[in-house]
Every structure is written in structure tokens, then in C-alpha cells.
Design a protein around this ligand. Structure first.
Ligand SMILES: Cc1cc2nc3c(=O)[nH]c(=O)nc-3n(C[C@H](O)[C@H](O)[C@H](O)COP(=O)(O)O)c2cc1C
Length: 234
């Protein structure tokens, strides 16, 4: 069965949309499908005009049902003083019904961001973790190993970190593709192909993970997160 990823974004000046398109390519390159959704705007046209905001991109509007239907979710949003933008928060606050029924429980989720000066590039991703935690979702960071060469390239201005992809110069695009591949693989390995049953189901953590295997050479190229989730859930 094909893994279906929802990329749920808010964007005002389209930087997040550009990254979302690259992440989508990464997901598709891994053999999964991805659809980009945008959360509803909360500002009126007059305010958007004063902010010189261009027209919205042509993506379908995200709904709680979109989150429920996806095998994995990648959230993308620009920073607002190191935090989630209110538009994304308003959307998240509409997911109370899903929370009540545990519909997102143990669904893998990841996040990427956009900043202007770079201020808040890590805290902005951190600001969505409480939401993911309360929903019981599994947070998938970018980590370091998947994009080590790019993250360690100090000759390039970039906004990515182990927390996730962020806008910067061109290589953010390459990292975005890697992220898409990585998230897609993890979503495929996770249990949430069906609606979660949180109350009845013992926590995945209760299942003792197998002892870490020796770092065999042939495992070197495999993503460690994929291995971890494979051990936890299979
Ligand atoms: C109210 C407000 C607060 C912002 N705060 C920050 C900030 O703390 N750090 C920063 O680097 N950029 C900040 N920005 C700039 C946005 O993050 C930047 O415009 C955004 O990343 C562009 O993404 P987009 O093109 O997808 O909308 C702020 C913008 C606004 C409107």
C-alpha cells in the first residue's frame, strides 16, 4: 500500500511553499505520495495588503480530516518571533475532536520552517512539539546524519538544523528533498496505517525495543530513525 503524506503549510511570502514543493519531490522519490495543503488564512485582505502579501498559492485548504487520513504529516510554517504563526495555531486548535478520539495517536509528524534573519529557526519547530505530544504523535526530526554534508557546510548560509529544514540558500532545497524521503520511509515503517486506538493500545514504548544490534557495515547507509521505528513497531 502506498504511503500517503500530507504536507500542511502556512505561507505568506511563498518561501515555505517552495520548500514544501521540494519535500513533496523527496516523498515521491521514495515511492510515496504527498499532497500539499494550506491552513486557512486568519488575516483579512486589508491587513494582507499592508504586509505586501502576494496571492495565496493554489493548494487545497487543510482540514482535521486531512490529518486523520494521512499516514504521516509534515508541517511547514514561517517563524513569528520564534513561534508558530497564529494561522497554524488556529488550525491546530481546530483539531480538538481528533485529540479527543486519539485519531492522530502515534502518527509520524515532522516540521520545517522559514525565517527571515534566522532568529527562531529552532524554537519555531520546538513550538509545535507540545501539540504533537498532546496528540500522541511521533515527532521525526531531520537529525544530522541524513543531511550531514549540507548541515556542516559552513560556506553556505542556511536555516536548516537537526530540528528540520529551514530556508536559506539553494541547499535548503536539497535538504528538503532528503527530508521528504526520510519522513516518507519513517511513515511507511510506523503503525498508523489505520485509525489509532489510543486508550486501548499499550504505549509503543512499553514494548521493549530490541537490544541495539552491532553497527554492521551494511547498515551504515540506512537511516537510523527508520531502523529505530522498525524495531519499535515490528
Ligand atoms: C510578525 C512577524 C514576525 C516575524 N518574526 C521573525 C523572527 O523572529 N525571526 C525571523 O527570522 N523572521 C521573522 N519574521 C519573518 C518571517 O519569518 C519570514 O517572512 C518568513 O519566514 C517568510 O516565509 P513565507 O515566505 O513562507 O511566508 C517575522 C515576520 C512577521 C510578519
Amino acid at each position: 500500500m502506498t504511503t500517503n503524506i500530507a504536507i500542511v503549510i502556512y505561507t505568506m511570502y511563498h518561501h515555505v511553499a517552495t520548500l514544501a514543493e521540494e519535500i513533496k519531490k523527496g516523498v515521491e522519490a521514495a515511492g510515496s505520495t504527498a499532497t500539499i495543503y494550506q491552513v486557512p488564512e486568519t488575516l483579512d485582505d486589508e491587513i494582507l495588503g499592508k504586509l505586501y502579501a502576494p496571492a495565496k498559492p493554489d493548494y487545497p485548504i487543510a482540514t482535521p480530516e486531512v490529518l486523520q487520513a494521512a499516514d504521516g504529516i509534515i508541517f511547514g510554517f514561517p517563524t513569528r518571533f520564534g513561534n508558530l504563526p497564529a494561522q497554524m495555531k488556529a488550525f491546530i486548535d481546530s483539531t480538538g475532536g481528533l485529540w479527543q478520539e486519539g485519531k492522530l495517536h502515534h502518527k509520524p509528524a515532522s516540521a520545517f520552517i522559514s525565517t527571515g534573519t534566522g532568529g527562531g529557526r529552532e524554537t519555531t519547530i520546538v513550538s509545535i512539539l507540545s501539540t504533537l505530544t498532546h496528540h500522541g504523535m511521533i515527532y521525526i526530526p531531520l537529525g544530522t546524519i541524513t543531511a550531514y554534508a549540507e548541515l556542516a557546510d559552513l560556506s553556505n548560509v542556511h536555516g536548516s538544523s537537526p530540528w528540520g529544514v529551514g530556508t536559506g540558500q539553494d541547499f535548503a532545497i536539497a535538504v528538503a528533498k532528503l527530508t521528504g524521503k526520510d519522513d516518507s520511509k519513517t511513515a511507511a515503517a510506523a503503525p498508523a496505517k489505520e485509525t489509532a486506538k489510543p486508550a486501548a493500545k499499550p504505549a509503543a514504548a512499553a514494548k521493549a525495543p530490541a537490544a541495539p544490534s552491532a553497527p554492521a557495515k551494511k547498515q551504515k547507509k540506512k537511516n537510523p530513525l527508520s531502523r529505530l521505528f522498525a524495531k519499535l513497531f515490528h
